[in-house]
Design a protein around this ligand. Structure first.
Ligand SMILES: [Zn+2]
Length: 626
């Protein structure tokens, strides 16, 4: 995309920090969510990567419906030749490179002792054996007795599993030599909500889980250090850096140790283990305890030490700008295949440049707000977790890495424009697994999702945007908020109507293109004519730069907003023009200044409005003279 001269940009991004929201939370009385209490006891054989486990699941049906079936996820079954994940990898034109080797799906080449699996060997409902059927990565369970609305059922299960060779997110023997990255590793109850069951097969990406409490015991070779979700209950028996500093660890005899973790109010449980982990602990003042687990590898040690104060900075940034992190612990663990967010921790690859290491930590930590605590259904609204995370991480990186970027979201805008140019956009309502291309998914989720917020800042003002985020967190933490919950929050904070924005931006591929069509003298005045070319509506900020160096702004609100933002450039005079009704393609007004006094006119110099054609946003007096 062409862009106009950067020289004209004048102090355009206003500080994106603001006042603390004092608005009170407003509960939605019709809202309900299911609840799970897991008690698991698993034993890992570190020689063949097979594990056995028991699981007691107390399921509380808070829905108004009687349930006759339940579904569990068996994610590890995706890592088998011929699985939906494997076939998808072989058929998508731009497969994830991590999952490919010499142009072939790595899943397709797994041998029997390298595949992943989760097999349920026994399942009962309230003490009675129950019928179940495995369908790929989903276990379908027909209940003996329906669970009534408001009722409970207890499911007792025994299961066996094999950890797949590390291919995607979880697995054994990662490319950086981490022994066990254990995410999506246990039979996990699917979520049932106001839209019904979300028994989504594991094909590629994004998750939705049931809120609840976890009690997990992991028995493993005692040389392994374990980290992950949950507070360790028996630190003095386990040691490995978890014990009270200077105290003596009292271990039971034998080759294994049993680690006992408890995690309240989460919807997932991850762990990782390696015999060579270094374990550093940072106690934050007025904040959680941070754990860092990384390989004892001299190439990466310095970066992982320097990462620790940056993690403190990032935690403080998110606490201040979004709301308090609600757990007492967060763990940054080397593992996985890139970066992935989990309850109370993350698995990230560690052999990176320092900037990249901080970048991935910041992104995954931000997911603690936009994915974990604000647990949107990511498979349906992936832009609300990846996009919001990208937005807030860009702001955080700009500050803690002192990047001084004029527009911290520039990368997101450029990716979005590339997607539009390529003609490969699908609406953001597309299910995360159903995009034709990974390229279309990632831009829709990350880039267009980040722009949803930065552009909302353009519409309602940056202070109101940040106030919206804080109120959204306060009102919807520990639930499954929807796109409508978010936009209603923005409406309440801004006192503007914004449903048009949610609809056009997230449910269509409509694009924004406004232009300056004509600038002419009318006596001593100047008539400026604008045009809406794209079908997506927007309010318009206009900058006028005069030959004497002075500037002023003009603002044409969109009629259907029924409101006006505050002047985003308080140091400049602003004139609020009559509102612009969307259906009118043309709009003109008279400026009380002679034409020959004007040097240039620019639509939205902040570039936060995602106008797909900047060339017509700019008028220069010299153009006329040529
Ligand atoms: Zn992410």
């Amino acid at each position: 995309m062409m862009k106009y001269s950067k020289g004209l940009l004048v102090g355009l991004i206003v500080a994106l920090c603001g006042l603390t929201s004092s608005l009170e939370a407003q509960g939605n009385t019709s809202y309900w969510q299911q609840h799970v209490d897991y008690t698991m006891d698993v034993s890992m054989d570190v020689k063949n990567y097979q594990f056995t486990g028991t699981q007691k699941l107390v399921y509380t049906n808070n829905s108004p419906d009687e349930l006759r079936r339940v579904y569990y996820h068996l994610y590890f079954n995706a890592f088998q030749p011929g699985s939906e994940m494997d076939v998808r990898l072989q058929s998508i034109p731009d497969p994830d490179r991590r999952m490919m080797h010499e142009g072939k799906s790595r899943i397709a080449t797994l041998s029997q002792d390298e595949i992943g699996y989760l097999r349920v060997s026994q399942l009962s409902q309230d003490g009675q054996a129950v019928n179940y059927k495995e369908e790929g990565t989903i276990l379908v369970v027909d209940l003996n007795e329906p669970i009534p609305a408001g009722g409970k059922a207890t499911f007792d299960m025994t299961f066996t599993g094999q950890v797949p060779l590390q291919i995607r997110r979880s697995g054994r023997n990662s490319s950086e030599g981490v022994a066990l990255s254990m995410s999506q590793w246990y039979p996990k109850m699917a979520e049932y909500d106001f839209e019904g069951w979300h028994a989504t097969p594991y094909i590629g990406r994004e998750f939705h889980g049931v809120w609840g409490d976890y009690d997990v015991k992991i028995t493993i070779d005692k040389k392994y250090t374990v980290g992950g979700t949950g507070y360790l209950q028996n630190a003095q028996e386990v040691g490995h850096g978890y014990e009270t500093p200077g105290s003596k660890v009292k271990r039971v005899k034998g080759k294994t140790l049993t680690w006992h973790f408890v995690a309240p109010k989460v919807h997932d449980f991850m762990w990782a283990a390696d015999p060579e982990y270094i374990h550093d602990i940072v106690e934050m003042e007025n904040g959680p305890t941070l754990h860092f687990l990384y390989k004892d590898n001299k190439e990466i040690k310095e970066n992982w030490k320097n990462l620790q104060p940056k993690t403190v900075d990032a935690m403080e940034f998110f606490n201040n700008n979004l709301g308090e992190y609600p757990y007492d612990q967060y763990s940054v663990i080397q593992g996985g295949d890139g970066g992935m967010e989990y309850a109370m921790g993350t698995l990230i690859t560690g052999e990176r440049s320092f900037g990249s290491l901080v970048g991935v930590m910041v992104h995954e930590l931000a997911h603690s707000w936009f994915q974990h605590v604000l647990a949107t259904n990511e498979t349906k609204h992936e832009w609300m977790d990846e996009g919001f995370t990208s937005f807030i991480s860009s702001l955080c990186m700009n500050l803690i890495m002192d990047q001084k970027k004029e527009n911290p979201f520039e990368g997101s805008y450029n990716s979005y424009y590339r997607l539009i140019d390529a003609g490969k956009e699908l609406p953001q309502t597309t299910h995360a697994d159903r995009y034709d291309l990974n390229f279309s998914y990632s831009v829709a989720a990350y880039s267009k999702g980040a722009i949803f917020l930065s552009q909302l800042g353009y519409i309602i003002g940056q202070d109101k945007l940040m106030e919206t985020l804080r109120k959204y967190y306060e009102d919807f933490k520990f639930t499954h908020p929807t796109p409508n919950d978010f936009i209603r929050t923005a409406e309440k904070v801004s006192n503007m109507q914004l449903n048009w924005y949610l609809t056009d931006w997230t449910q269509t591929t409509n694009t924004i293109d406004y232009g300056i069509t004509e600038v002419v003298a009318v006596g001593d005045k100047t008539k400026i004519s604008l045009e809406r070319i794209g079908s997506m509506p927007m309010p318009i900020d206009l900058f006028v730069i005069y030959n004497d160096g002075t500037q002023e702004t003009l603002y044409a609100p969109l009629r259907m907003m029924y409101g006006e933002k505050e002047n985003p450039y308080p140091s400049l005079k602003r004139t609020v023009l009559p509102n612009w009704p969307w259906a009118y393609p043309n709009y003109s007004f008279e400026l009380n200044k002679p034409l020959d006094s004007i040097k240039a006119i620019v639509i939205d110099p902040s570039q936060l409005m995602a106008d797909i054609n900047f060339e017509n946003n700019f008028w220069q007096a010299t153009q006329e003279a040529e």
